[in-house]
Design a protein around this ligand. Structure first.
Ligand SMILES: NC(=O)c1ccc[n+]([C@@H]2O[C@H](COP(=O)([O-])OP(=O)(O)OC[C@H]3O[C@@H](n4cnc5c(N)ncnc54)[C@H](OP(=O)(O)O)[C@@H]3O)[C@@H](O)[C@H]2O)c1
Length: 282
């Protein structure tokens, strides 16, 4: 699934051995850095050697997440499926005094993913933060809430299984989506007990959220020093192309919780769902 709610934000709290040398940022962002320094001074664990990758970074919330992470002084790799749109986004950020790296990445294309992973491994030895932001929505309107997607599934047994992190499995998530897709194919989905509003979007977000919890559970057993924290968040209803620029929130507000999560120093926050920097129920 490449449509995400609820961005997944993964941070690897493991120092990489090396990273590229980076130029100093321009003065216009120094004030912002000091502001963040005050806010995060107890927990400022990142540096220019910290590598953050953002998918769908050419516009909307992803673009703003790139901007904010770069302003914090990290090495940010802005990716997009359309290379010209990504290069253009990098230029805009450069005009603001921010220097980001670009690479093409279409998260629905396995050859693009493989090329990106090889390039990342060769040039940076891996990453510290992944913001899985890329997504699509073919519906319009304010009622796009994924929070309620699970509640809207009428099959109580399936609802319970998806709610219980212990019973979650890749197989369960895949089977749920395969069943839905099969019913879309044969036209029976309207009576299949799926969410009635924005059914495709809701289910794709439900899958991302379920996968976040499952991945967090699996990775939680790693020893200290090799931890990977995986969380997701809802940006609210944001004025981007995805909502026809009709949301309540600005992109700055929509990006805020994602950036905050990516920069959390605490290694115990994992498998959670957030909005406005607060934990909410899946
Ligand atoms: N806006 C909201 O109110 C809202 C609410 C809840 C959740 N979200 C989620 O927030 C995320 C960002 O949305 P947005 O509002 O910023 O929308 P947006 O402005 O439409 O941006 C979506 C981004 O995802 C990219 N993308 C789509 N498919 C891709 C693929 N296969 N590979 C790589 N990139 C791909 C798009 O690239 P192209 O430019 O090439 O299309 C674009 O950069 C989405 O996951 C969305 O579901 C948004």
């Amino acid at each position: 699934m490449f449509d995400c709610e609820a961005h997944s934000v993964a941070s690897v709290h493991q120092k990489k051995e090396s990273g590229p040398g980076r130029e100093k940022k321009k003065v216009s962002y120094e004030g912002m850095r000091w502001h963040y320094f005050r806010e995060y001074r107890e927990v400022w664990w990142w540096s220019k050697e910290t590598v953050a990758v953002v998918t769908g970074g050419n516009r909307g919330i992803g673009f703003e997440i790139c901007r904010q992470l770069a302003a914090h002084g990290l090495t940010v790799i802005l990716t997009s499926r359309d290379a010209s749109a990504g290069v253009e986004a990098i230029k805009v950020l450069k005009e603001d005094g921010l220097d980001l790296i670009y690479h093409q990445l279409d998260i629905g294309d396995s050859s693009s993913i493989n090329q990106f992973v090889n390039w990342l491994q060769e040039n940076y030895g891996g990453l510290d933060i992944l913001v899985n932001n890329a997504g699509v929505n073919f519906n319009l309107g304010s009622d796009n809430s994924v929070e309620n997607a699970r509640k809207r599934i009428s099959n109580a047994a399936l609802r319970d299984k998806l709610s219980d992190v212990e019973s979650l499995s890749e197989e369960l998530i895949d089977n749920t989506l395969s069943t839905f897709l099969q019913q879309v194919e044969d036209g029976s989905w309207t009576s299949g007990g799926w969410p009635q509003n924005y059914t495709d979007y809701s289910l794709s977000k439900l899958a991302v959220n379920a996968f976040t919890r499952l991945t967090a559970r699996k990775l939680s057993e790693r020893p200290v020093g090799q931890k990977v924290c995986v969380n997701c968040y809802c940006p609210g209803w944001v004025r981007t192309a995805l909502t026809g620029y009709a949301g309540n929130n600005t992109v700055e507000e929509g990006a805020d919780t994602g950036v905050w999560l990516a920069l959390l120093s605490d290694q115990t926050t994992t498998g959670k769902f957030f909005a406005e920097r607060r934990e909410i129920n899946f």
